[in-house]
Design a protein around this ligand. Structure first.
Ligand code: XMP
Ligand code: MG
Length: 183
């Protein structure tokens, strides 16, 4: 699949699986007060992580999705966010966990946290599979982090380049020829 497009495998399918189980266990342990968790997945990148995470979680969780678009280029976000698809239900009084694929500048997440906090959830936490180095510069509280990765563009396991590679079961870096040949 995608022969020759992937320069290197950064995180294998097994490493993802182990980490998802570990994160799910942590979230479960921190939420023993009763009441279903409500997971908010950010489309489309977080879909694979969200579905695996929900199945690894020992306790029931409701699944909600939001789609947002950040103004600016496709590779860097401006922090100005537009909601393309909002949640289907009220989150007031719920224990909400935002499930993210990757935090890069942290601007998207910072906006999302403010937006969801204004809806009065009982609690609001963030669980991200990946985090890039720049993210630490933004003051966003992220309780659960899967992997801290280098500042490289990555694809797979939900993450895309021009809508491709989301279906790879692992996370890898792209061969530069993919950017230069045009899709
Ligand atoms: P910020 O900078 O607001 O942006 O934290 C997070 C969003 O940027 C996208 N992004 C990536 N997508 N490979 C991708 O496929 C990457 O390496 C990458 N880095 C950032 C992604 O949409 C994420 O939600
Ligand atoms: Mg993308």
């Amino acid at each position: 699949m995608y022969d020759g497009d992937i320069a290197s495998v950064l995180i294998t399918e097994q490493q993802i699986k182990d980490k998802v189980a570990e994160l799910a266990k942590q979230v479960d342990e921190d939420n023993q007060q009763g009441g279903d968790l409500l997971l908010v997945g950010v489309l489309k990148g977080a879909v694979m992580f969200m579905t695996d995470f929900a199945r690894a979680l020992p306790q029931p969780a409701q699944l909600e999705f939001m789609a947002v678009s950040s103004y600016g280029s496709s590779t860097s976000s401006s922090g100005v966010v537009r909601i393309l698809k909002d949640l289907d239900r009220d989150i007031a009084g719920k224990n909400v966990v935002i499930v993210e694929d990757i935090i890069d500048s942290g601007l998207t997440l910072s906006w999302l946290l403010k937006n969801l906090a204004s809806r009065n959830p009982a609690s609001l936490e963030v669980c991200t599979l990946l985090r890039k180095p720049d993210a630490v510069q933004v003051d966003v509280p992220v309780r659960y982090v899967g992997f801290d990765i280098p500042n490289e563009f990555v694809v797979g396991y939900g993450l895309d380049y021009a809508e491709r590679y989301r279906d790879l079961p692992y996370i890898g870096t792209l061969d530069p020829k993919v950017y230069t040949s045009g899709v």
